[in-house]
Design a protein around this ligand. Structure first.
Ligand code: BTX
Length: 240
């Protein structure tokens, strides 16, 4: 497994005009390509979020998947993507925050989503969707936003990609060498802490105050004075 220090996200970029989902494509080739290979598409016809939800991916956005081969499967890899997006957006003058566990928001609206999928001991595909210059469909207006809408002018997609790859490299390295440091940054950037949230866990609905993100990536919720750990991966979170 590639655990060397020389691993570089974006060492190879496969650029496609159209694909169903870059995550699906990446999963098909993951075993045959080196760690750090990126699959990029101008548009996705069946972009996916969690639990089979649809991810709108018209031309103009950044739709990509990174193939990683960490020693162990680790749900915290989602934060490598979230922090890289946060740092990229900050460089463009925006003030993003992480909506635990896998979205990035700016000004109360979702600008990016991260979807990790993988096969234990073999690979993890880190999928990132970032609204850059793409239009936001009418049904998502009010909930979703693009960099274009916030900045007021279209951005060169290759420049955004270059900064995102830079930050993905940096955070992947921190994840491997100092995961505690990465989690400290996640905590600092998670804007839901201190707020009352609603967690939907299969048939269970929990309402409580988000207290902390623990080092294992789980969310600590205060429900009427009782602390409960919520594991990543099986929840939807709503803000009040
Ligand atoms: P999620 O399940 O947290 O979010 C999906 C929800 O987000 C949808 O139900 C919809 O309400 C909303 N949504 C859909 N499209 C957009 C959009 N363009 N911008 C903002 N909100 C939207 C989040 O899942 C994870 C998404 C990962 C997407 C990447 S793109 C590259 C890779 N390939 C792939 O198929 N998925 C990933």
């Amino acid at each position: 497994m590639g655990e060397g220090r020389g691993i570089s996200v974006g060492i190879r970029v496969i650029s496609l005009d159209e694909v169903d989902s870059t995550n699906e494509y990446a999963k098909k080739i993951a075993r045959k390509v080196p760690e750090g290979t990126v699959v990029l598409a101008k548009r996705q016809t069946a972009g996916r979020g969690r639990k089979g939800r649809r991810w709108e991916s018209p031309e103009g956005g950044l739709w990509m998947s990174v193939i990683l081969k960490p020693q162990r499967v680790d749900s915290r890899l989602v934060f490598v993507g979230a922090l890289a997006v946060v740092d990229t957006l900050s460089e463009f003058g925006l003030s993003p925050g992480i909506k635990w566990p896998n979205d990035v928001w700016v000004a109360g609206r979702k600008i990016a989503g991260i979807l990790t999928e993988g096969r234990a001991g073999e690979y993890t595909v880190l999928g990132i969707g970032l609204n850059v210059n793409n239009p936001i469909p009418p049904e998502l207006q009010g909930d979703a936003v693009s960099m274009l809408e916030l900045i007021g002018t279209p951005l060169p997609l290759d420049r955004v990609l270059e900064r995102l790859l830079f930050h993905l490299n940096a955070w992947y390295r921190v994840f491997k060498e100092r995961p505690g440091l990465m989690m400290a940054k996640v905590r600092e950037r998670t804007f839901i802490l201190g707020r009352t949230v609603k967690i939907i866990q299969d048939y269970n609905v929990l309402i409580g105050r988000a207290v902390d993100v623990l080092d294992d990536g789980s969310l600590l919720l205060d429900i009427d004075g009782q602390l409960r750990r919520i594991l990543y991966g099986d929840v939807s979170l709503r803000l009040f």
